[in-house]
Design a protein around this ligand. Sequence first.
Ligand code: HEC
Length: 155
Amino acid sequence: MLKPFLLFSAVILFLIAPTPAPTLASGRTPQAAAPASTNPVKPTAASQEKAKKLYAMDCAICHGENGNGKTDLAKDMQLTLDDWTDPKSLAAKSDQQLFDAIRKGKDKMPPEDASRAKVDDVWNLIIYLRGMSKGQPAAAPPATAPPAAATKPGN
Ligand code: HEC
C-alpha cells in the first residue's frame, strides 16, 4: 500500500532535487562584478592616497580640489554641483548611489571608466568624498541650522 506513495515521492524528489543544482553550478556572473550596496572597502593610508590622486586627476577639475564644486569649469558648463565640504550634501545619498553616479556618469558628468578606477578605487573615492566635510573650518555652528534642513529638495 505504501509502495506507490514512496515511488511517487521518489519521482517528485527526482524532479525537484536537480533543479537548484544547475543554477548553482552554472557560472553566473561572479559576485565581485556587482557593486555591494554599502561600501565594502576598508580604507588604508595607501588606498586613500591613491583616491586623492585619482580625484585630483579626474574629478577636481569640476568638483574642485576641496569638493566644494566652485570651479571655473563648473561655471562655464553651468553645472550645479553639490558642495561636499558641507556634511549635509552627501548625507542623504547612499554609497551605492554615489558609486553609480561615478561609474555610470550623471547628467554632464562623464562615467569613470573601469580602466581608470577599479571597483575598489571607486569605493575608496567615495570614502575620500565623504571625508571632505571633515576637518573643515566650521562654516556655521550646527545650532543655527534650521530643523527642516534635513529634507533638502532633490536635484
Ligand atoms: C565634467 C565635470 C565633472 C567631472 C570631471 C566629474 N564630475 Fe561628478 N558630477 C558632475 C555633475 C554635473 C554631476 C551631477 C550633479 C547633479 O546631478 O546635481 C556630478 C555628480 C557627481 C556625484 C553625485 C553626487 C552629487 O553630489 O550629486 C558624485 C558622487 C560625483 N559626481 C563624483 C565624481 C567623481 C568621483 C569624479 C572623478 C572620478 C567626478 N565626479 C568627475 C560633474 C563632473
